[in-house]
Write a protein that binds this ligand. Sequence first.
Ligand SMILES: [Zn+2]
Length: 267
Amino acid sequence: MLIDTHCHFDVEEFDADRSEVAARTLVAGVDTVVIPGYVARYWQRLLDLCERSTLPRLLPVVGLHPCYINEHEMADLELLEQLLQSRPDIVAVGEIGLDYLPDELKAPAVRARQQTFFRAQLELAARYRKPVVLHVRKAHADVIAQLRERKFREGGIVHAFSGGIEEARHYARLGFCLGIGGPLTYDQSRRLREVVGAMPLESLVLETDAPDMTPQPHRSPEVSRTRNSPEYLPSVAEALARLKGLAIDEVVAATRRQSQAVLRLTA
Ligand SMILES: [Zn+2]
């Protein structure tokens, strides 16, 4: 069975039909879905959803996303620490990181604020021995520098990896897996396919990033944005198997093993 290591299944896009989507996800061969947090006001919603889940099993990750930097407050870090103390079911801290891509996140003061929150959350993850789920765009050098500076040893997942081969190898040496999703299926993703092709299968895990990043086979030409869903994860596994010239079963088994190891899941 597959593990979706990054899916925003708590967002309102799924409110109308969440249980039907969950049932189809299980039938599609996905038995575990990891749900990353992004702003503090939705953490409880996420934790409640995971607590209610049966199959597929939903696993909570809690953190402050760099793209929502203007919504975060210092008090959120205290709440994060309280949750890490009181909720052993939280599997990782995330999604956290640095994003220098959009114009509104580029200004030096905004970058500095992102770095402050990233550093503080890395510190909490280290203190509570949790891996991290990273969101990184155009900021790999700074993220790798902070991981090194902190001597961060808990590892984690670089979600929706978009860097180059050297960066991919740096992360692997630091104990990270790369999260591979829908973009692998897009025609324009030649560089991503080169990087994924060059990295060992043992460094990769699968994700949908639903409701975004819909894999090509499920994109509809009539609507500008087709909702992505955890039930579409097999399309990503198939694209990876094709790229690597491997049997699908091998990709399913290896990515499951890596997801379990990096998130320290018991099954
Ligand atoms: Zn995400």
